[in-house]
Design a protein around this ligand. Structure first.
Ligand SMILES: [Zn+2]
Ligand SMILES: [Zn+2]
Length: 77
């Protein structure tokens, strides 16, 4: 028997909130700890859309994450 979380995800339902699909966009409740599931984000570095694998992933790839933050460091120097 599958656990609750796995079966919710299989049905594209968020295991942590009562998420809804609004105008084709998956919307989690505010503060949902699984807010990255099923959503698409735009990379602030290259503009490409991607599906985040963790809640904190903000860039499409580690390379973009590095480039983005490296630029910030250079600005401070
Ligand atoms: Zn959620
Ligand atoms: Zn990117």
């Amino acid at each position: 028997m599958k656990d609750f979380r796995a079966s919710r995800i299989e049905k594209r339902q968020c295991p942590s909130c009562d998420a809804a699909v609004v105008n084709g966009t998956y919307c989690h409740e505010a503060g949902c700890q699984d807010g990255h599931l099923f959503v698409t984000r735009g990379c602030p570095w290259c503009g490409q859309s991607f599906k985040p694998e963790t809640r904190s992933q903000e860039h499409c790839s580690p390379g973009c994450n590095y480039a983005f933050h490296n630029l910030e460091f250079q600005d401070e120097a």
